[in-house]
Design a protein around this ligand. Structure first.
Ligand code: COA
Length: 406
């Protein structure tokens, strides 16, 4: 009974946080009652605990609005009813503004009128850093321009801008953490849509990435992509692939760069990276279809590393994707060869255990050996390997299909 009473004051955090990027005050006023441009966080566990719930209110609602250019931030928290101490059975209420405000850059606004007035400044915003690339994307039969800027912590204005932008990663990258921007080895890439408003250019943020330049013995660097985000309203429109390629282009011609790595990539980023890397490798001579059946070669590893700065492990994965593309799956022999080659690689982590078992074979009697094999679950391992293979092939096929559509 008591439990039911408190339960009505628990609400899912993700669906009750409403994020919106706005360019002009008239846009806000027109859309005030509809949530068409709103998006919700994917993750809130870092703020609201494992269950991602706001506790203590009936129908809580957080509005988090950002100026699409300056990222001037407006925060508002409202609710239908706040639970009393008796309602909440003494449990700690969530002080929502403290929890979220702690992650927002200082200077966010609580006053909507002030926020709307500040939106007048959006058109005078200019991106920080050096313009490194411009591309267009066809949207509704219009060629829309996008620009990528690169900077570091010494770039004037970048620090504060990044502080406002990085709060997004908490909402969209699982286990994301803020970086220590004071380190000069960080490089920042910002992607903007360039609109024209009243004849003036207006730059709206689309996404960003941070790259840390690690040292690699003896005289090389190893850039590592750390954070990478395309804002939800711009996802699956090719911008991630553009931004990743632009970042690659910054380093591929640099003799001092050993390879480009990625810190703890999400599954989503892995899908993007596989597609971009496979497209790039498919243009290298060593990755041509005729070379596929002879296996992953040293030449492939070297060429991928030298020309594209792709490390050996990723080059091997790309090889498997491109070999699948070159495999006639209706030919049982060819397809079986392919599956075996991939399974052999997937099985490597288990091989050590198997070689230990072989050693045991020499010293144990048959009964003891059978018991050992049963306890190590070889049958189960076999099934796991098959499942792992199926998952791997499915994800490879998605990349192969995407490559075919280009
Ligand atoms: C992952 C992310 C950067 C991809 O950016 P994007 O602009 O949506 O990607 P693109 O439109 O350029 O995708 C190009 C291709 O990459 C692959 N790809 C992109 N996102 C993918 C995903 N979530 N799963 C599998 N493949 C994906 C697909 O082949 C895609 O083509 P398709 O959309 O026609 O299927 C973006 O979704 C994002 O920021 N996600 C949340 C944050 C995150 O996970 N960041 C990475 C942290 S390491």
């Amino acid at each position: 009974m008591e439990e039911t009473k408190a339960a009505v004051f628990v609400a899912p955090a993700n669906e009750n946080i409403f994020i919106r990027l706005v360019s002009t005050s008239s846009e806000v006023l027109q859309l005030q009652d509809e949530d068409s441009l709103v998006f919700h966080p994917e993750y809130t566990h870092q703020l609201f605990g494992e269950n991602e719930c706001i506790f203590g209110y009936k129908q809580p609602r957080v509005d988090l609005w950002y100026g699409a250019s300056t990222l001037t931030t407006y925060f508002h928290f409202g609710y239908n009813e706040k639970g009393s101490e008796a309602d909440l059975e003494g449990a700690q209420i969530d002080f929502v503004e403290d929890i979220i405000g702690d992650k927002l850059a200082p200077g966010y606004l609580n006053n909507k009128e002030e926020f709307l007035a500040r939106l007048e400044r959006e058109t005078s915003f200019r991106p920080f850093g050096e313009l490194v690339h411009v591309y267009t994307s066809n949207e509704d039969d219009r060629e829309c321009p996008y620009e990528v800027y690169k900077g570091d912590i010494l770039t004037p204005g970048l620090r504060d801008y990044h502080a406002r932008l990085q709060t997004f990663i908490l909402w969209f990258i699982d286990a994301a953490s803020f970086i220590d921007v004071d380190d000069e080895n960080w490089q920042f890439y910002f992607l903007f849509e360039r609109k024209t408003v009243d004849g003036q250019p207006m730059y709206c943020i689309v996404g960003y990435a941070t790259v840390y330049k690690y040292y690699a013995f003896p005289d090389k660097t190893r850039p590592r992509i750390s954070q990478f985000l395309i804002l939800p309203t711009f996802q699956r429109r090719g911008h991630g692939a553009q931004l990743l390629q632009i970042i690659y282009n910054q380093y591929v011609g640099d003799q001092r760069v050993l390879d480009i790595t990625v810190e703890d990539p999400s599954d989503e980023f892995t899908g993007l990276r596989d597609y971009v890397d496979a497209g790039n490798c498919s243009r290298l001579s060593s990755f041509q279809p005729s070379a596929m059946k002879s296996g992953f070669s040293q030449e492939m590893a070297l060429q991928a590393q030298k020309q594209l700065k792709i490390n050996k492990q990723q080059a091997r994965k790309v090889y498997e994707i491109l070999r699948l593309r070159a495999t006639d799956r209706s030919n049982p022999v060819e397809y079986k060869d392919y599956r075996l080659a991939v399974k052999r690689r997937l099985n490597k982590p288990f091989q050590k255990e198997q070689s230990d078992l072989k050693k045991l074979e020499r010293v144990l009697n048959p009964d003891e050996l059978a018991a050992t094999i049963a306890s190590t679950g070889l049958e189960e391992r076999h099934q796991k390997l098959n499942t792992l293979y199926e998952i791997t092939e499915q994800s490879y096929l998605r990349t192969v299909e995407k490559l075919a559509s280009m």
